[in-house]
Design a protein around this ligand. Structure first.
Ligand SMILES: Cc1ncc(C[n+]2csc(CCOP(=O)(O)OP(=O)(O)O)c2C)c(N)n1
Ligand SMILES: [Mg+2]
Length: 381
């Protein structure tokens, strides 16, 4: 399998202007705004968590913005996306509103999952984002299932014209989950157009990758073992991410084949809000922070005259305002009512249960109580 090379102009020629993709300036400026929006959103999430407005777990995406923005821009909005729990960045990059995302963080009804999912379960059906999953690696069979569904639907219904590709994001820690290997095997065997994007930020909670993962110097070897096309991409550079992911996605689309990406990146903050980061040094953090994806992209756009310093100021001010508004919206949005506790739990596409062998955990046939399904139909609980 050939490795898709990193964008050559990103690797060398220090000091020379970076080559930009042949896209309208407004598009590139929007990418910059998307990255700023994610960072501002995450900074305000940290603050809101400290103010106890956000509860439970909270994993911020600061430092990895180029991955979500570059990858989502490299495919079409119809291509499905599924990810793990560090998911706010993917949701915003995919087009979820700041209000829906922040209200979900706050556990309020204005959230994308009516406040019942929280930080780890951003879900946005209209934008083809299928979560937000808290079990490490659990999204990998789901991503492959989504890709299989698009392939099946396309080949059976659309005569093979749609050719969607699914992006399945996972962390470097998830690479060691058994389900992932079964999934890669099946994807390779069935020619499933799914791209596993390993957001390799070097740590699985507090465990450095080389302490918990074999062949950590080159994770693509694991994809190669299952016949997946492989790529190693600089995830701290949105131009590289876009360039390489676009080429890879088009290849997967064209050939209906899976791929594996070792997306090298770094998370600036701890694993979650309760992580004091004692397992790494401040020097290491500063080294990565000096390679900041937002600053680097700003410099490239300034060098090419796409933006000015004034544009950056405007972008930052508008992101601050958008996130401030989302917090106000979330403060004012009501909590889900107790009467909604059992709604949206099970979907009953076949209507009310009429059989005789109702599973015991639902209370047994003699103890049937009904709940309101999302479509307003009666169901069982
Ligand atoms: C099956 C399973 N085992 C353990 C956990 C606890 N856990 C939550 S996050 C995490 C580390 C995952 O790290 P990585 O995949 O590298 O993602 P990152 O946090 O770096 O984005 C672990 C072990 C879990 N959620 N699910
Ligand atoms: Mg990790």
């Amino acid at each position: 399998m050939t490795t898709v090379q990193s964008h050559s102009s990103t690797q060398s020629n220090a000091g020379a202007p970076r080559r930009l993709p042949n896209l309208p300036p407004a598009t590139l400026t929007k990418w910059l705004r998307d990255m700023h929006l994610i960072r501002e959103f995450e900074v305000r999430c940290i603050q809101s968590y400290q103010e106890k407005k956000i509860g439970g777990f909270c994993h911020v995406y600061i430092g990895q913005e180029a991955v979500a923005v570059g990858c989502t821009q490299a495919v079409t909005p119809a291509d499905p996306i599924v990810t793990a729990y560090r998911d706010h960045g993917h949701a915003l990059a995919r087009g979820m509103t700041s209000r829906a995302c922040m209200a979900e963080m706050f556990g309020k009804v204005g959230g994308c999952a009516k406040g019942k999912g929280g930080s780890m379960h951003m879900f946005d059906r209209p934008n083809n984002l299928y979560g937000g999953h808290g079990i490490v690696g659990a999204q990998t069979p789901l991503g492959t299932g989504l890709a299989f569904a698009t392939k099946y639907e396309d080949e059976v219904v659309n005569g093979g014209k749609n050719r969607r590709v699914t992006l399945c994001f996972l962390g470097d820690g998830a690479v060691n989950q058994g389900a992932f290997y079964e999934t890669m095997n099946l994807a390779g065997l069935f020619d499933i157009p799914v791209i596993f994007i390993v957001e390799n930020n070097g740590y699985s909670m507090g465990t450095a990758i080389n302490r918990g993962t074999t062949m950590s110097h080159d994770l693509t070897i694991k994809g190669r073992a299952h016949g997946l096309k492989e790529a190693t991409i600089d995830g701290m550079d949105v131009l590289s991410v876009y360039h390489d992911m676009h080429a890879l996605a088009e290849w997967c689309r064209e050939n209906s084949r899976p791929a594996f990406v070792d997306m090298k990146c770094y998370r600036y903050k701890g694993h979650s809000m309760s992580d004091p980061r004692k397992y790494r040094t401040r020097e290491e953090e500063e080294r990565h922070e000096s390679n900041d994806p937002i600053g680097k992209f700003e410099r490239a756009l300034l060098d090419h005259g796409v933006i000015t310093d004034a544009t950056i100021k405007e972008i930052m001010a508008s992101c601050r305002e958008e996130v401030r508004d989302s917090i106000q919206f979330s403060n004012e949005s009501p909590e889900p009512p107790l009467s909604d506790l059992y709604t949206d739990v099970f979907v009953e596409p076949w209507g009310r249960f009429t059989g005789s062998s109702q599973p015991e955990f639902t209370g047994g046939a003699s103890n049937v109580c009904s709940f309101r399904a999302t479509d307003g139909k009666e169901g069982l609980v």
